[in-house]
Design a protein around this ligand. Structure first.
Ligand code: AMP
Length: 280
């Protein structure tokens, strides 16, 4: 696996790959790989000739009060894991190259960035769209793979690709979970053993909601109340939000619509803010 740090080298490498007719598949990440990241790399591997993974903890998507400084990092271990896929190129740019002092331009997200996670993280998605557009311009992928774990992020990025006419096929990979159901996340590392045990309530409450829907309970208020009770009933859990929205518009639904709905939640367990969702 080739490791590229310089933006210019990456751009030159991508240009020459594309000139020789290769299809580039890209997986943007912030590193500290787990099976969720690796599943996206495998998906990219199955669809492209060359797989590029970016590994960059993006400061502009963290608020000053958030966990940028302690976000877990382990570049060497990431390289070993990526090599098993195999990934062709790991692009790991330097912060000062991505955001030099005179950096000024951001990609504005609009209304969608204010919903769901945007309520408690108002500048987050603007940081995400900005870094992903930069990465797309550097790597020039034909295909980009993101996880449904971050459903709002995926929908906003699909919107950006459409609105900005980027010639990139967007692919969403399913959420990879721990054996007990907890969605894998780099932030699970923040959990104490007690919080870790408790955090399983997130996926359990979503599973319960799915079962209620399958028994005919389509009312959003009823489903949200059940999830709220379950998560807040856990000793260490504090629900940030639960919403049932259309995957098309991100607008709240009063009733679950089969094939169109996203049930998304975020909750604090100690220091960790965790997210999870199901599509129905
Ligand atoms: P991150 O490094 O957390 O920014 O995540 C990089 C990519 O991996 C994003 O597209 C995430 O949605 C995706 N991802 C993170 N966790 C999971 C998971 N448990 N299952 C599937 N994809 C995931």
């Amino acid at each position: 696996m080739e490791i590229i740090q310089s933006i210019e080298s990456m751009q030159r490498r991508s240009c020459s790959l594309k000139r020789s007719g290769k299809r580039i598949g890209m997986v943007p990440t912030m590193g500290y790989f787990h099976e969720g990241h690796l599943s996206l790399m495998r998906l990219a591997r199955s669809k492209a000739d060359i797989v590029v993974v970016s590994n960059f903890v993006n400061p502009t998507q963290f608020a000053p009060t958030e966990d940028l400084d302690k976000y877990p990092r382990n570049f060497e271990r990431d390289c070993h894991k990526a090599e098993t896929i195999p990934v062709d190129i790991m692009f790991a740019p330097r912060n000062e190259d991505m955001y030099p002092e005179d950096f000024r331009t951001y990609v504005e997200v609009g209304e969608w960035g204010k919903k769901l996670c945007g309520l408690s993280r108002p500048a987050h998605f603007r940081g995400v769209t900005t870094i992903v557009l930069k990465l797309f311009n550097i790597v020039q992928p034909d295909i980009a793979v993101f996880g449904w774990k971050d459903a709002q992020q995926f929908l906003i990025l699909c919107r950006m690709v459409k609105d900005m006419n980027l010639p990139i096929e967007m692919i969403g990979g399913d959420i990879v979970r721990e054996p007990d159901g907890l969605a894998m996340s780099s932030r699970n590392k923040y959990l104490t053993p007690e919080e870790r045990k408790d955090a399983v309530i997130l996926s359990r409450s979503l599973k319960e909601a799915r079962e209620m829907i399958e028994r005919g309970a389509m009312e959003a208020d009823v489903l949200k109340e059940r999830i709220r009770k379950m998560v807040n009933g856990a000793q260490y859990g504090r629900l940030d939000y639960v919403e049932i929205v259309s995957r098309e518009t991100l607008e709240p639904l009063s009733r679950v619509q089969k094939g169109e709905s996203l049930i998304a939640l975020a909750a604090y367990f100690g220091e960790a803010r965790l997210i999870d969702n199901i599509r129905y």
